[in-house]
Ligand binder design. Structure first.
Ligand code: DC
Length: 227
């Protein structure tokens, strides 16, 4: 059973996907976190300055990167690990958010991560969120959703999240980041963000999380023997 949840950034894909995973007993895989982890690595190791990437060195280093998810007893949440370090907090900051679209548009990075995502999906019943899950990673996914909301609604959500975390950002900065990422994600030559033809579109600007989850669960149940 594979459920694909694609869509624009800050549409709450991961929030609903986690809740659905819990309700239906599926494994949740956050593919954006994997692109963020590679971006964090590239920044930290001096192969990326937020603008230019040392592609040859990054390509050489990729096979040494082990990305996995682990449940943290302390936070009660799943955390992203890069090699032997939890990078959950680092990958959510503005530096990684500003650079991740550049790293995610590099074809060899996408090939490397898509292969891992396909392996993870083939191991069990999963709900995977990202940009290209229903189009590239699992074109035959059992159920595909495509989430959208206006850039302002999404920027406000991300802004509130960052402020709650204690980051010092302005709303304008976050809105600019959301709009720039939409543009780069939709215009890159490899696996641009596009809606799969058979995806169910959800504009969640006026929906509560509960309404959204209830709707998605009912759709998934129609297609799922193991849920
Ligand atoms: O979902 P997110 O905001 O954490 O994703 C971070 C970035 O990674 C986003 O700008 C687009 C990219 N991404 C991608 O290109 N393909 C995916 N499957 C998931 C994320």
């Amino acid at each position: 059973m594979v459920v694909a949840v694609d869509g624009y950034s800050s549409t709450g894909k991961s929030t609903v996907a986690k809740l659905i995973a819990k309700e239906l007993g599926l494994v949740y895989i956050d593919t954006g976190a994997m692109y963020r982890a590679v971006t964090y690595f590239a920044l930290k190791s001096g192969l990326f300055n937020g603008d230019k990437v040392d592609e040859a060195s990054l390509q050489r280093a990729l096979p040494t990167l082990k990305i996995h998810f682990e449940h943290s007893g302390e936070s009660g949440k799943s955390e992203t690990w890069l090699n032997n370090e939890s990078v959950e907090s680092e990958i959510r900051g503005m530096e990684v958010s500003n650079g991740v679209s550049v790293i995610a548009s590099i074809p060899f990075v996408r090939r490397f991560l898509v292969e891992q995502q396909q392996r993870m999906g083939n191991e069990g019943n999963v709900i995977m969120d990202g940009r290209d899950i229903g189009t590239v990673v699992f074109p035959n996914a059992d159920v595909k959703f495509f989430m959208t909301a206006s850039p302002q609604v999404r920027a406000k959500r991300r802004y509130d999240e960052l402020i709650a975390k204690g980051d010092s950002v302005t709303y304008e900065e976050v809105e600019k980041n959301v709009i720039t990422r939409d543009y780069i994600d939709s215009h890159r030559s490899v696996s641009p963000l596009v809606q799969a033809e058979d995806a169910i579109v959800i504009d969640n600007g006026d929906m509560t999380i509960e309404q959204e989850v209830a709707f998605m669960v009912s759709v998934i149940k129609e297609h799922c023997d193991v849920c």
